[in-house]
Design a protein around this ligand. Structure first.
Ligand code: HEC
Ligand code: HEC
Length: 394
């Protein structure tokens, strides 16, 4: 009998102890919640203006298919050691990217000329700046901007790094027209940016250098991995083999893109991220009205050479080339098939012996349609609808 009572008492004591322990743990965990604590007044301030999740989206280590993991792709990654992508850094970058207050009269943001549903380029040939004046060149797609060997930016590579590049449109007299001092002052006076800078960089201090870092992190996070091409590529060892998810027409187009004996598209737009290795002249003009990278290298052999953005999402674009002179993929394909113009700096991939005798692919209508169908497989519907790249302002 005594033993029985002792057992009952022990069980009760043990359960009370466990309940207390559980409650204690609950209180501890609740008090140690970070940004997602609804009690955090800073978080409430952000929530009033922004539609961003308390647990930030994963920008730092998103899903990458296995075929991204090879030296030909990783060598192109221009992420510098001093600015790795972090989830809060890219979140801050996203807010800045969509903020019209980055232009003098608060009329346009980066996203006005780099539209998500178009793979982050503009619908018009020349973009309208903050006062309605037009840019000199066509807006570049930002899809896969992270992958470019030299890490230089713009059609003419005049920006040495992405961190340098992202501050240029803000100060550009046609694009956004805001000085860096005014920019920093503006951001400081808001309720949201001191908090976002603290989440991203550990302190509320706002500088243009940190602004650049955050914008660059966001831009580098725009990587395309879910197009029809990616879904086929993952199923084969050799990218030159027929993809099981492609139609016969798309596989024919892929063959032309990768293996044509005259113009080998893949020779210049290469690797599975479809990036260029370095600027080239693709025979658009004889007179070189825009001298391309010569503008900053001053090397006559560079006249008329340009960088091209990755061809991922190319079928979403409405104008093509640095000056947007071509208006459809049909015109692009016609250019490479019959229209390459002679030029002293014409790239070696586009002629056999002499830069004044460009190749003529003379593709049939069927082959041209196949090449265009293949270019459509590079469209990434997931990326262009992904909320983590969308406008966060309420
Ligand atoms: C008024 C339209 C406009 C606005 C606003 C604008 N851009 Fe651009 N962007 C362009 C044009 C046009 C180019 C190509 C310019 C050139 O090469 O001379 C470009 C090029 C770029 C490139 C180069 C891509 C590459 O692969 O080399 C990046 C990156 C970029 N913009 C990011 C931004 C960011 C970030 C912002 C906001 C801070 C921004 N842009 C605002 C029109 C715009
Ligand atoms: C000699 C290297 C080279 C080869 C080969 C080549 N391209 Fe290009 N491509 C370029 C360059 C350089 C540009 C940018 C030129 C400019 O804007 O002045 C470009 C631009 C493009 C663009 C426009 C991208 C944009 O955002 O405006 C498309 C589309 C394109 N190429 C498709 C192809 C296809 C399809 C083939 C094969 C038939 C091909 N290229 C072969 C070098 C090449």
């Amino acid at each position: 009998m005594f033993n029985f009572i002792q057992t009952i008492v022990l069980v009760v004591v043990k359960n009370v102890f466990l309940i207390c322990l559980g409650f204690g743990l609950f209180v501890y965990v609740s008090c140690n919640k970070t940004n997602d604590d609804i009690q955090d007044p800073a978080w409430t301030t952000l929530q009033k203006k922004l539609n961003i999740p308390a647990q930030p989206y994963n920008y730092a280590s998103p899903y990458l298919p296995a075929f991204f993991n090879n030296q030909f792709v990783t060598i192109l990654d221009n992420t510098p050691a001093e600015n790795p992508i972090t989830n809060w850094g890219a979140t801050l970058g996203r807010v800045l990217f969509y903020d019209k207050d980055l232009s003098l009269n608060s009329s346009i943001s980066c996203a006005s000329c780099h539209i998500q549903k178009l793979g982050f380029t503009d619908s018009v040939r020349f973009s309208k700046g903050f006062q309605g004046r037009h840019t000199r060149r066509h807006s570049m797609s930002l899809t896969n901007a992270r992958f470019y060997l030299s890490g230089r930016f713009f059609w003419d590579e005049r920006a040495a790094t992405l961190e340098d590049q992202v501050l240029q449109p803000i100060q550009d007299p046609v694009e956004m027209g805001l000085s860096l001092d005014s920019l920093t002052l503006r951001l400081k006076q808001t309720s949201i940016y001191p908090i976002l800078f603290r989440y991203a960089f550990g302190e509320e201090e706002i500088t243009s250098e940190k602004t650049a870092k955050a914008l660059a992190q966001f831009v580098r996070s725009i990587v395309s991995t879910q197009s029809k091409y990616d879904k086929g590529r993952i199923q084969v060892d050799d990218r030159e083999a027929d993809f099981p998810n492609f139609t016969a027409q798309e596989n024919l187009g892929k063959n032309i893109f990768m293996k044509n004996l005259k113009v080998n598209c893949f020779g210049c737009h290469n690797t599975d991220v479809f990036a260029m290795d370095h600027p080239r002249n693709n025979g658009l003009t004889v007179d070189n009205a825009d001298s391309g990278i010569f503008i900053h290298t001053q090397n006559p052999l560079d006249i008329g050479k340009f960088k091209a953005p990755s061809l991922k999402n190319v079928a979403l674009r409405r104008h093509f080339m640095h000056d947007g002179r071509l208006h459809s993929l049909q015109e692009v394909v016609d250019h490479y098939s019959e229209g390459i113009l002679p030029n002293p700096n014409l790239d070696g991939h586009l002629h056999s012996n002499h830069p004044f005798e460009p190749y003529r692919m003379n593709l049939s209508v069927e082959e041209k349609n196949a090449l265009i169908a293949f270019l459509h497989t590079l469209t990434d519907e997931v990326l262009i609808h992904d909320e983590k790249f969308s406008n966060p302002f309420r």
